[in-house]
Design a protein around this ligand. Structure first.
Ligand SMILES: Cc1cc2nc3c(=O)[nH]c(=O)nc-3n(C[C@H](O)[C@H](O)[C@H](O)COP(=O)(O)OP(=O)(O)OC[C@H]3O[C@@H](n4cnc5c(N)ncnc54)[C@H](O)[C@@H]3O)c2cc1C
Length: 382
């Protein structure tokens, strides 16, 4: 068994850590306070290749492995958790476009994502369809040969206020997953209106409800074949779930590092806090769990890179890592005492932010459905 990152991966991690600390970290709290997406952030990240990790070189991308995308998410998560949403969205969406689009569509759509000029979002959730995504009802009504108009509402869409383009799942056929198609939609269409959410966390990225009132799309905007949209989009989630796990673990590790430094420096009862096992043992437990969860995330990504089945590992990563990150960040906050409870410290914001990804991209329950289906067999799926 060969185990560990290679030299290039370690060098990428080290370079990215330095860059993220310098360029991203200073904006983490101010962007949250402004509750507004900063376009310059997408352009800065694009310059580092972070919006084009999964895009082939011929379209301006890095053609990076899934493991490299995971390292990127982990390091960005340490500096600015919310900037990590750009990695998730661009990696997930470009993966879907690369796998399902024609060469002409790829040429037209991928370079803009790579350069950071096209901020993309993905629209699945609706007011009446969340976990049960295959029951979505946004209607694509045929208007002549090879054209449709979209009517309905999507909700809870990350970057929904800022995005320029969207992967939109719409119903072109009958009920169930097979009646769903995916379209690449211009968010500047006059038939689209948006309204923002007022969220607990990730306020710099934001979510929105999007109304479609007669938005015209054609076969040229169709991603893959008519009726294949649900499956082709959901396949992308398999690996983006492990990337989400690493983004959350990056924020957790950074919080734990800060708590450990505090345990070394802060003196109580005449000795450093870290000498009390009541302080050091919870930190030791956090470090142990983070180590375990990281292994699951990287195994899922390594399996993806090696064309091995990885749905169960990605689902394990998705249900465990965000929940664990919330627990570790909470413990770190407690270790920092009254200092951690102040909004001047980043740890409280990290806690608000990671909770969002306990829900976004699928809850723990849906991940456990995937894991148990893999363990017990399809016949035992509800
Ligand atoms: C931060 C954030 C970002 C998001 N970004 C996007 C985005 O970019 N695009 C997008 O399309 N959506 C996005 N979403 C929406 C997200 O995908 C949904 O919230 C999620 O799939 C759950 O759907 P729901 O909220 O409607 O919950 P529901 O489906 O109503 O479920 C409510 C609760 O019941 C549980 N539950 C449901 N069914 C079962 C079952 N069969 N067995 C056991 N428990 C069950 C759920 O786990 C959950 O705890 C985002 C959400 C958040 C919070």
């Amino acid at each position: 068994m060969h185990y560990g990152f290679d030299e290039d991966e370690e060098a990428f991690r080290a370079e990215l850590r330095r860059w993220a600390e310098k360029v991203l970290a200073p904006h983490y709290q101010t962007d949250d306070q402004a509750a507004r997406f900063r376009r310059q952030q997408a352009l800065d990240m694009a310059q580092m290749g972070l919006t084009s990790l999964r895009i082939p070189e011929e379209y301006g991308g890095q053609d990076a492995t899934a493991v490299i995308a995971g390292i990127a998410a982990e390091e960005v998560g340490r500096a600015d958790f919310n900037a990590g949403y750009l990695i998730i969205n661009t990696a997930l969406i470009s993966d879907i476009l690369v796998r399902n689009c024609t060469p002409e569509q790829r040429q037209a759509w991928l370079p803009g994502i790579a350069s950071g000029e096209t901020v993309p979002c993905i629209m699945i959730t609706e007011p009446g369809a969340g976990t049960d995504a295959a029951s979505l009802s946004l209607k694509a009504t045929p208007v002549g040969e090879g054209a449709w108009t979209l009517h309905g509402e999507k909700t809870s869409i990350t970057l929904g206020m800022a995005a320029d383009r969207a992967v939109v799942l719409a119903r072109t056929g009958g009920p169930g997953a097979r009646g769903v198609s995916a379209f690449w939609v211009d968010m500047g269409d006059p038939g689209i209106s948006r309204s923002p959410f007022d969220d607990l966390g990730s306020r710099a990225i934001g979510r929105a409800s999007i109304h479609f009132d007669g938005v015209r799309v054609t076969r040229a905007d169709l991603i893959g074949e008519e009726g294949d949209g649900f499956v082709s989009v959901m396949q992308g989630f398999d690996y983006s779930r492990a990337i989400i796990g690493l983004l959350c673990l990056g924020a957790a590790q950074q919080s734990l590092d800060e708590a450990m430094q505090w345990a070394r420096d802060r003196v109580a009862f005449g000795q450093p806090l870290g000498t009390f096992q009541g302080v050091s043992f919870p930190l030791a437990e956090c470090a142990t769990y983070i180590t375990g969860a990281r292994h699951v995330c990287y195994e899922a990504l390594w399996r993806k890179d090696n064309d091995l089945e990885h749905s169960a590992e990605a689902a394990m990563a998705k249900f465990w890592a965000p929940k664990l990150a919330a627990d570790v960040i909470h413990q770190s906050l407690l270790t920092l005492g009254h200092v951690g409870y102040s909004t001047e410290h980043k740890v409280g914001q990290r806690l608000r932010d990671v909770i969002g990804l306990e829900i976004g991209d699928g809850t723990a329950q849906v991940s456990k459905l995937v894991i148990s289906r893999n363990l017990l067999g399809r016949a035992y799926a509800p």
